[in-house]
Design a protein around this ligand. Sequence first.
Ligand code: F6R
Length: 587
Amino acid sequence: MCSIIGCIANSDVSEPIVEGLKKMEYRGYDSVGVATNSDSNILLKKGIGRVNAVNLDLKLDSMPGHVGVGHTRWATHGQVNKINAHPHLCSDNSIAVVHNGIIENYSELRKNLERNGVIFKSETDTEVIPNLLGSYMKETGNLKKTLMKTVSRLSGQYSFISLFEDGSLVAARFHEPLIMGIGEKEYFISSDVLGFIEKTNQVIYLNNEEFVIIDDKGYRIYDFNGNPVEHEIVTISKQNNNVNKNGYRHFTRKEIFEQPSTIPNTVNNPNNNWKKFAEIIQNSSKVYFTGSGTSYNVALVAKYLFPMYTTISPEAIMSSEMAYSKDRLQENSLLIAISQSGESADVLEAAAIAKEKGLKVISVVNSKASSLERVSEASLGLYCGAEIGVAATKSFTSQLSVFYKIIELISKQHIIFDAEKVSNLILETLDSESTIINLAKEMKNSTDVYILGRGIHYPIAKEGALKIKELSYIHAEGFPTGELKHGPLALMDESSYVIAINPEDNTYQNNLSNIQEVKARGGKIIGISNKDHEVYDHWIKIPNVESNILYPIIETIPFQLLAYHMSLEKGEDPDYPRNLAKCVTVK
Ligand code: F6R
C-alpha cells in the first residue's frame, strides 16, 4: 500500500504535501517523492527512506509551485530504489503521476507503448499511467477524453493522481481509496483524510470508477463513462482523525495506552445502529465471519463467543481463503466482514464473492466511508480514532468489544458488557508494563516463542504471536495448548520460551498439565494469569474478572506491550516494522 496526495492552491504546495505524507507514512515508507509545477515546468525530487530523512536531504518541502503531487511507497513492482520511487513522468516529462495499487496488465501496456517509441525508466507498473495519459493527451488534446481513454485501458486496482504541465490536477479511483479535501481556495486529493485533515475537514468521498479534474476553474467529477457526478461535501471530525503522538514516543505505545478510553468510545457510540445490526444477525440462517490478520483473529474469537450465549454458530473464513471456500457458503446467509481500514484487498474480495453467492454483507470498520463500508448493507464503526502504528492494537480490542456488545443484545443480556469496568481492568493490566520490560530484555535474543491457549484463548495466542513476529521479528507461533504434544513438543529445549495464556477458567487445569511437560524439557514458562503458580518462570499478572468471558480482551494487552518492548530492545522502530504496511491493498 502506498500513500498519494495532490494539492492545488494559491501558494506553494510542497510544504502541505510533505506534511500530509508524514501523516500517511503508515501506509508505506520505503521511499518518497514530490513533483510540483512551476512556470509550466514539472520539478521532481525523490529519494529512498522515510519522509523526514529524505526531506532533510532534498528539501522536498521547499519546492516552488502552486500545484503538486506526493507519494510514499511500499514496493510491489520493482526494487526499492530511487528510479522506482514515485512520482513517475511520461516520456516528454509533461505529466507526473503518483499511484497506489496495482496495474495488472502493465506488461502488455508497456510493450505497446514501447512499440510506439516510449522509453521506460523504471521497473514499476505505474510508469504506464503517465505514458498512456501523455499519448491520449496528444491524440485528443482534451483532459476528460484523455482520462476516459486511459482508465478504460487499465486493469487491476488503483487510484492515481496526475499533475499536468498546464497546471491541472486529475485523479482517478478504481478499487483504491481517494478523498478530496475542499479548503479555502485550495483543494487536496489523497488516499486518506489524514493527508489533509489539518488543513480542512470538508471532504468529498469519490466513488469507485470516478475521476476528478481540478484546475483554476474549480473541480469537476465524472464517472468512467464521462457522465458528470455531483457529490455532497461532508464535514468530518478532526478529533477522530487526530494523528499526533500526544507526548508518547511512538504511536504504537500511545494506541496501546488509549484502550481504556477507546473501548467505551466504541460501545457507547450513538452513531452505531446496534439494534439493526443485531437484528440482521439474528434473522440470518447462517453467519460467516471474515477478515485478515488481526481482524481474522477477532473472527475466531467471535466463532467461540456466539455459541456460548446465543443459538448462532458462526464460521470464520480467512479473507484470502474465501475464493477457495466459496462452495461452503450457503445462499441467503450473512457475511460479517471485519476490517480496521476497510480497504484490505482480500477482505473486499471476500465480500464481493459472498455477494455474488447471494449472501448479505455487513461489516465492522474503523475508517469511515471506506470501500468495505460502501459495499456493506449495514456497518458498525469502531470510533477508536485513527490507528497509525502498523500493528493493530486498539482496533483489535474495539472489534472484540463490538461483538461482546452484539451478543449482549442478542442474548437478551445473558452477558453484560460493561465498558467502564473493562476499561478499569485494562488500566490494571497496563500496570504490568515494568514486568514486561524486564521480560523483553531477557527475551530479545530468543529465536522462537510458543504461545499456548485453549478454547477462546487460542485466537489470542495467535494474535499474540502475530504481534511478536510483526514488531520484534522473532519467530512466534500460537496454537491450542492440547496440540503441544502433536509436534511442537519435539522443538522444546532450554532455549524455548513458552507463553501460556492461563486464566483461572475451565481451561486452567488442563493447561497446567501441558505446561509441566514443557517445563520437564527445560523450556522457560511465562504464565499470563490472574493467579501465580510455581511452574511459571515469569508471571504476568492480569486482574480477576467478574465474568471469565472478559479474559480474552484483558490478556491481549501483555502481548501488545511485550511485542512493543522487544522491538525497542532490539533497536527497531515499532511504528514502522520492516516489510509490512498497515493495510494490504494488494492480493
Ligand atoms: C496486524 C495487522 C494486519 C492487519 C491486516 C488486516 O497487526 O495490522 O495483520 O490486521 O492487514 O487489516 P484490516 O483490519 O485493515 O483489514
